[in-house]
Structure formats: C-alpha cells, structure tokens
Design a protein around this ligand. Structure first.
Ligand SMILES: NC(=O)c1ccc[n+]([C@@H]2O[C@H](COP(=O)([O-])OP(=O)(O)OC[C@H]3O[C@@H](n4cnc5c(N)ncnc54)[C@H](O)[C@@H]3O)[C@@H](O)[C@H]2O)c1
Length: 418
C-alpha cells in the first residue's frame, strides 16, 4: 500500500503524533528499533500514559490505518518522513545527534525525489541546515527543489498531546520556500494554525521556550534557598511579590527537571557567546535535592538509619515519565546520608511501595513530585496518622498548602486544630 507519512521513533512524541495522523485518515507507518516497545504497540497496548492515546491506538488498530516496523528503510515507502528520535545532550554541553545521524545513514540509499523529511525532535541551532547539507553531500539532492527538509518542533506538553495538537500554533521552518509549504501541507491536516519561518528561527523558538521555563523556575528555587538562609518564608515572599502587582509574576519553587528542560539549554550553551548564564540556571535547579537533604539534616540531625519517605518519582505532576527526574537524585543523596529511603509513586511503571508502607513510622516525608493525588488534605491526614509525631514534611511545591517548605507534623497538627 502507498503510505502518506512515516514516523521514525515511536516514543512519547512520535507515537501520539503517528496516532493523530492516522485519526485524520492518513496512511501511517510507525518505525522504532525497540522491539519490546513495538511488540506492545502492535498488540494494541500503549507503552506509557498519555490521555486519549489508548483510544486513538484502538481506533487506528481496528481501522488498519497504521502499520509498524523495526526497519528504518521501510519509512521510505511514505511520501513524508517525520523524525521524532531522542536528542539527548552529551555531558560535553553538546547535542547528541547519534540517533538522528544513524537513521539518516539508513535512509540515504532509499530516499526518493519529491519526499519530505521533517525534524520534529528538539535540535540545536543549525541542525536542520546540517541535515539538508548531509543529503546534498551524500545524495546530490537539491534541498527545497527535489527533496524537502523542514524543522517542525514539538511544543506540546506531556499529558496534553490530543488537546494541544489541534490548537497550538505549529511552527514550520523549511529549507527553501517549497520545503516549508510541503511540511505545512502535512501538518495542516492536524488542524492547528501554521506559522512558517526559517529553520534557524524555528530551532531557536523551540529551545528558548524551554530555556524561558527553566529560567523562570530557577528564580523561585534560588529564592527558596535564600529564604532558608535568612529564616524567611518563600511562599509569603512570593505572595508579596505577586499580590496585585502588575510587574510580578514570580513562579513557585519545585524540583525542576525532566528530559526537555534539563538538556535543551545545552543546545544554546554549546555555541554561546555569553557562556555560563544558562549553566548557572541549571545549577540552581539541580541544587534543589541537596537543599532538601540539607534542610532535613538541619532539623533532624544525622539521617543515618532515619526513615525518609519520598513521594513521587516522576519529573512532574500527573505523568509516568521518570526520565531526568530530580527524585532519583534526591534518593541517591539521601542514601549517601545512610537514610532508609522508601518511595511511593502511583503513576510510574517502576515498582514502588504502597503509600502506607512508604510513610509508616517515617522520620521525614518529602513531596518530590506534585502529583494531584498526593496533594489532598486526606493524604496529609494519613501522613499525620502514620509518620512519627515529630516527623518533618518537606513540601517545596506547597502541595499541602501549608506555606512552609519544611514543617514538623506537630506544627501542622497544631495549626490545624487552632
Ligand atoms: N517528551 C516530551 O515531552 C517532549 C516534548 C517536546 C519535544 N520533545 C523532543 O522530542 C524528541 C523525542 O522525545 P521523546 O520523549 O519522544 O523520546 P523517546 O526516547 O521517548 O523516543 C524516541 C524513540 O526513538 C526510538 N529510536 C531510537 N533510535 C532509533 C533508531 N535508530 N531507529 C528507530 N527508532 C529509534 C527509541 O526506541 C524511542 O522509542 C526529543 O528530541 C525531545 O527532546 C520531547
């Protein structure tokens, strides 16, 4: 059968996108080299949480609008090839393009004139032109004339794919005019407004949107540390900054990380003329787990043999995605203090203790992820009942609305009865 679009990399970004195209009636092939993931998807099973995705997979499976393959060369059957591979950062502050380059090498011999190649992954500035140059160098293609290359960055937040795919303006940065038009025609089918620009503008817009968020969260995180230094209350200070003040807008503190925010700043830093600014932002956010551990030590003394319950392993609320979550760093740091760490997360695939096992007789409870289900008054009540009477709760997100990053259960209990 002739195929409209191939998605290479059926991960958290690629799989929902493949399903969205299939839902619009396009004939789709999804390609991934992870056999286990492919087996799950082919048998109709979503390998991760994404609201609406299981229904879309059921529809595509029964309509037969989508096929799956582990061979990258099969993607060349489609008129358009969309790359949704991982683009991690090396520890050398440099984009790791190995997944993309390996797939390009597989595709080179089978690419045809007239095909469209879209980079949907997040990439460092200049990568779209590099890919166009790679096709020119190895196959003599004239990109923009007899083959088309564009960057169409993914800007949707995990958990909101099917809501945002139809509404968020879709940025299209094509190499030459005709590449942009070809990519716009494909993505128009998803229903969101298309904004055409150059590849470099598209690349910068995507990574700087994430840099903006990473920086915005570093400010309250830095303020949280400074408030501890002066024995001030960060939530009160933030309220004073923002309350009825037209130039406020300070965000709230938290364990800021995740696969995108934690690495995308490096794509700017790799060629930065103002080196270090974004590294400082990263260092502030990366220091939050140590700040929590030090705060517990200040209040409890040595953590050796003390039970610390960590609530939440995912990198942000209400997702099962643990990649680059600071919870893991927090747990490692606690273990280096010889604490007895128990972990509970109701969302992630990693097996964790039940909530009551995690908190029973705990000396400290850390709200590491602000999952909605972990932030209710009932959960706080259960912690008061289950943990030790003088246990410390560390809640940088203010999930329990106690307006204290560190509070002892006896203080909370007393405040509730007042
Ligand atoms: N996850 C997010 O919330 C998010 C949001 C916006 C942008 N992005 C960007 O989107 C891109 C993809 O992110 P993701 O979270 O979906 O990554 P992911 O790791 O979940 O998915 C990548 C997939 O590619 C597959 N793969 C790797 N090498 C392959 C190869 N040679 N051939 C075939 N398949 C191969 C992997 O098995 C995996 O399933 C990244 O550039 C990321 O920065 C992610």
């Amino acid at each position: 059968m002739s195929l409209d679009v191939a998605i290479i990399g059926c991960g958290r970004i690629g799989l929902p996108l493949a399903l969205a195209f299939a839902d619009r009636g396009l004939k789709v092939i999804g390609v991934d080299n992870d056999e286990q993931r492919l087996a799950a998807i082919s048998s109709g099973q979503m390998p991760f949480e994404e609201p609406g995705a299981q229904d879309a997979l059921d529809r595509a499976t029964s309509a037969g609008t989508i096929e799956w393959s582990s061979r990258v060369t099969d993607a060349a059957q489609a008129d358009a090839i969309v790359i949704t591979l991982g683009t991690p950062s090396f520890s050398h502050i440099e984009i790791d393009l190995r997944q993309i380059q390996s797939v390009l090498d597989d595709l080179l011999p089978v690419l045809r004139e007239g095909q469209l190649l879209v980079l949907r992954s997040t990439i460092a500035p200049g990568t779209t032109d590099f890919v166009a140059g790679y096709l020119r160098k190895h196959r003599d293609f004239v990109v923009g004339e007899n083959i088309f290359v564009a960057h169409v960055p993914e800007r949707i937040a995990a958990g909101k794919f099917f809501e945002e795919i139809e509404t968020l303006p879709c940025i299209v940065g094509g190499v030459g005019e005709r590449s942009g038009d070809a990519a716009a025609k494909l993505f128009e089918t998803l229903g969101a407004p298309i904004v055409q620009t150059t590849p470099i503008n598209a690349e910068l817009a995507k990574i700087w949107a994430n840099i903006l968020r990473y920086t915005m969260f570093a400010l309250p995180n830095r303020l949280m540390v400074e408030c501890e230094q002066y024995d001030a209350n960060v939530f009160e200070v933030i309220d004073l900054i923002n309350r009825d003040y037209p130039r406020g807008g300070m965000a709230s503190p938290g364990m800021t990380a995740g696969t995108c925010l934690r690495k995308d700043f490096a794509f700017s830093e790799e060629r930065s003329n103002g080196p270090g600014m974004l590294l400082a932002v990263s260092r502030v956010n990366e220091s939050v787990p140590l700040f929590i551990v030090d705060g517990l030590k200040t209040r409890l003394g040595s953590l050796e043999g003390r039970k610390v319950a960590v609530l939440g392993l995912a990198f942000k609320a209400d997702t099962d995605d643990e990649r680059d979550s600071l919870s893991h760093k927090l747990i490692r740091l606690l273990e280096r203090e010889l604490a007895d760490v128990s972990v509970h997360d109701p969302h992630v695939a990693t097996p964790t203790a039940s909530f009551s096992e995690a908190i029973i007789d705990a000396d400290a409870v850390v709200v590491a992820t602000d999952h909605t289900v972990l932030g209710s008054p009932d959960v706080l009540r259960s912690i008061i009942d289950g943990a030790k009477g003088e246990a410390i709760i560390a809640d940088p997100w203010n999930s329990f609305g106690q307006n204290a990053v560190f509070a002892s259960l006896s203080e909370i209990y007393a405040a509730q009865r007042a």
